[in-house]
Design a protein. Structure first.
Length: 625
């Protein structure tokens, strides 16, 4: 057989053998395979097939390169020529993964080809392309094993951090299945090592938090929850999205902190403050009464000096009473027990009344008290006493920290969706670094206040909470030496929102005071829609109790009456009102022959509904002639 044909057959056979070697390389890496064993097996396979004198494998990792050298028989490294800086045969193969060179395999041979064999290529007479393919695959296999090792090490580190964390950690996938839970979470929830996390905890804690994260379109959310099962515990929970390398959401990571002790300490503190404040009120009231008796001369003649001393005593007792009231208010706010008694209020009149109470104080201090108010503002649905408290705090502070000859201005104006009130002074001002803590409890900001200007540090904290309870905002603008501007906003009335708020407040009063509460709805035919304001006016005159409210809703198409009548008295009450409207001669004449006829429906708490929405739906659905 000619030599060329034999060589071609050997070349073809080597190509087939190359596929076999690559297949064996691929079988070396199996799940959980030890990295060192993978390297050892790959090197052994290359050494057996290529019969090199030296192999150098350079792994180009992300952090630092890693070099592996194999010299199977060091005796062969004795060079046959005098050139000691070069190998006679050298083959370098770059191993690419996803277009990037991740490893370089270099084979070295010390003997010339014609001294070892008559084959066309050295390294065991393998064709160059087969050597390249096998070495490239060997580099890929070792790189995969190295990446797997590094990944396992990172996982072990992360798992060690998670398991040793003081906080509870739960990882939930996109299907709302728990994929990781640490021992601290199990301890918080009273679960044993092998006990699965209750499904109810996922459904009623984690999934609602996840939905809120979606609704608010946020990456991170914190919330406090009080749980009763599986254990009675208070948790501060942080939840954040878990994403893959493409930034796709693949689940959530939830962090738990047990704040039960903190909340209990806070509760006991508030309870203590509330109890002590209440206990102080009784003797203080008695002291004020007897000081008044003595000061008025009822108990006997009083000299001018004695009267002056008694006035000082009374002034300080009044100051102490304000401090006690502040402590009671802050304890109510922290416990969520401050109740707003909202009603429609003329804000301009409210501001003018509060300014009048400070006139004498401003004159004594030689400070100008200047209102800058518009002629008219829309009515607001607010608790007038609480908003008056905010105004008293802000105006009082302005006078307190403004020197003689200064000026305090109170402004009010209408914005698109709210009313803005400003209290501006020409006092000492506040540094910007103090803005963030100005509205914190018990803060005494370093304004140079002078005698008698100190307080509890609660006034602004209470004001902030009151404004926020009204769904408004409050902030400060100030500059040292140029005075301060305290600004707060209160939302305007939206017809539907106001209507539902009124019903909600009525339900709350009924629940707290164990009284009845009902909603009556009146509607008219299409031809009488223009006369709804007249009908509303008649109904307002006809309700008997001062607490009964007559309101329009559903874009003014229906009239509602909110009352404290029991369900059994409603039919008679409704018939009386319908009779008054339908028999009114003045209304009949304006209707020009169109018969006035009302449709009515009603619903009572708690029989027909527990919420404002349920009562409205029930009353509207029952509308009849």
């Amino acid at each position: 057989m000619p030599c060329a044909l034999k060589a071609a057959k050997r070349h073809k056979l080597k190509k087939l053998n190359a596929l076999s070697v690559i297949s064996r390389l691929n079988n070396i890496v199996i799940p959980m395979q030890d990295y060192d064993k993978v390297v050892k097996d790959v090197i052994s396979l290359l050494r057996k097939n290529f019969k090199y004198d030296k192999l150098k494998l350079l792994l180009l990792g992300e952090d630092k390169p890693e070099e592996i050298i194999d010299e199977p028989d060091k005796s062969t490294n004795q060079r046959t020529n005098e050139q000691t800086d070069k190998w006679i045969n050298e083959l370098k193969v770059r191993c690419k993964i996803r277009g990037k060179t991740k490893a370089v395999v270099t084979l070295y041979l010390n003997e010339p080809t014609n001294q070892r064999t008559n084959e066309p290529t050295a390294f065991g007479s393998w064709p160059r392309d087969s050597i390249t393919r096998i070495c490239r695959q060997a580099g890929v296999v070792i790189e995969d094993a190295r990446l797997f090792r590094d990944l396992q090490e990172e996982r072990n580190k992360i798992n060690a951090v998670i398991q040793s964390a003081a906080e509870g950690i739960v990882v939930v996938d996109e299907n709302n299945e728990v994929v990781l839970i640490n021992s601290q979470t199990r301890s918080m929830l009273g679960l044993s090592a092998n006990h699965r996390i209750p499904r109810a905890f996922i459904d009623f804690v984690i999934i609602p938090l996840k939905n809120e994260l979606i609704k608010q379109n946020r990456e991170l959310l914190f919330k406090e929850l009080d749980l009763t099962t599986p254990l009675k515990i208070s948790l501060r929970i942080g939840i954040a999205w878990m994403r893959d390398y493409r930034r796709k959401k693949i689940g959530v990571v939830v962090l738990f902190q047990d704040v039960s002790k903190e909340k209990e300490v806070g509760r006991l503190k508030n309870e203590f403050i509330s109890t002590v404040s209440h206990e102080l009120r009784t003797p203080l009231t008695t002291m004020k009464e007897f000081v008044s008796i003595v000061s008025d001369g009822i108990a006997g003649p009083v000299t001018s000096d004695q009267k002056e001393y008694l006035n000082i005593i009374m002034s300080n007792m009044n100051r102490l009473a304000r401090m006690i009231n502040d402590l009671l208010d802050i304890s109510k706010l922290e416990a969520g027990r401050m109740e707003l008694r909202k009603r429609l209020v003329d804000l301009l009149l409210l501001i003018k009344d509060q300014l009048a109470t400070f006139r004498a104080e401003a004159e004594n201090k030689k400070i100008s008290l200047c209102p800058e108010l518009p002629l008219k503002l829309p009515q607001l649905y607010i608790d007038s006493d609480r908003i008056a408290q905010v105004l008293v705090n802000l105006i009082g502070n302005a006078l307190k920290f403004t020197p003689a000859g200064g000026k305090v201005t109170v402004k009010a104006g209408e914005l698109d969706e709210s009313i803005q009130i400003e209290v501006i002074d020409t006092g000492v001002g506040i540094t910007k670094e103090n803005f963030s803590k100005l509205f914190d409890r018990f803060q005494q900001i370093d304004r140079k206040s002078g005698p008698g200007a100190k307080g509890t540090g609660l006034g602004l904290a209470i004001s902030k909470s009151i404004v926020e309870l009204h769904k408004g905002k409050i902030w400060v603008e100030s500059e040292i030496g140029k005075g301060s501007r305290f600004i707060f906003t209160l939302p305007k009335i939206e017809e539907e929102s106001y209507f539902y708020d009124c019903i909600t407040d009525g339900i709350k009063r009924a629940r707290d005071n164990t009284t009845a509460f009902s909603l009556i709805v009146f509607g008219v035919e299409e031809g009488l829609k223009d006369f709804l304001p007249d009908i509303e006016a008649l109904l307002k005159k006809s309700v008997r109790q001062a607490i009964d409210m007559v309101l329009r809703f559903q874009k003014g198409s229906k009239i509602a009456i909110l009352c404290e009548n029991g369900k059994e008295t409603l039919p008679a009450f409704i018939e009386r009102l319908k009779g008054i409207v339908e028999r009114d001669e003045s209304l009949a004449s304006r209707c020009q022959g169109v018969k006035v006829s009302l449709r009515s429906g009603f619903a009572s708490y708690p029989d027909d509904g527990q919420t404002a929405k349920e009562l409205v739906e029930k009353a509207v659905s029952s509308l009849t002639r």
